[in-house]
Ligand binder design. Sequence first.
Ligand code: ATP
Ligand code: MG
Length: 318
Amino acid sequence: MTRGRIVAIGELIVEIMRTRVDSPLDRADEFIGPFPSGAPAIFADQAARLGHDVAYIGAVGDDDFGVCLTDRLAADGVDIRHVAQVEGVATGCAFVTYFSDGSRKFIFHIGNSAAGQLPQPTAEMLAGADWLHLCGSTLSASEAMRQACYQACELAVAAGARVAFDPNLRPELLGGEEALRRICAPVLEAASLVLPSATEAELLTGANSAQAACEALLSDGVQVVALKRGSDGCTVFSADETVTVPAYSVEAVDPTGAGDCFDAGFVVGLTEGLTLEQTGRLANACGALGATARGPMEGCAWRSDAFQLAGLGQPEGD
Ligand code: ATP
Ligand code: MG
């Protein structure tokens, strides 16, 4: 196995979720948590569980929610040397509730918490990296986080790393389509891999179908677009081929985080030199397994389970 060095940057938050569906967030009811979360953190944990070297750039507060996050990432092998502990500031958190139509609603405390105080990326943090992964949620959280992401992209490109971007744009954090495109532009320029949902691809490009949107991203210089399609799997676009890969059938308990697990499977597949179809299978397997556990990071698959579900045989490196 080719072990890649993958750097992820962005918000570290704990998630606290309603125990019942259809329980709005504006009244008293039960919650369960904290669960370690933050889209880039789920990605990092999943990539580490797949056996790669993963480093994280982020920040927590000096409280027990911060310990919940750093303990978990460290236990799964993520290098947390560049996770700052900000004194006197609370760790970021998100409250989430699910509705029976499959939709969900969040209350975020990101930009106004330690999660928003990303360390200034340095060349040393990106040295030797094969990949930098970042997310739209980080870009939309605050101006300071945006600038840190742009800086990390520049350093990644200078270090010869490929940039992977999940434009996981949350309506709660957006400032309109124009703002969104402007905010994402510097990252898209650096990105060689983009992993959107259909809505995100359309929002990002202004195209009126997911396919047209993915093709527009390719003509803008992105090398591979992995379109995530929930329980329908994914479609992978490149200059040479378009491959649709069906999902694996699982009992989905909590879809939050499935997209980030998918991203990690995809980056790992490309790093290990798998074909686009095999990479799509590995990513779908990680996404499917990610949806089977309650808690965004709780379903992150171990290498042998993900490769087995993806039909990729017994992997080396376990
Ligand atoms: P999120 O942003 O909540 O993490 P997303 O919208 O980015 O999710 P989805 O398309 O929901 O991403 O899920 C990512 C991938 O996970 C899908 O492409 C698919 O491979 C897998 N997946 C998600 N939900 C299911 C499901 N119910 N059954 C099987 N596979 C699933
Ligand atoms: Mg997503």
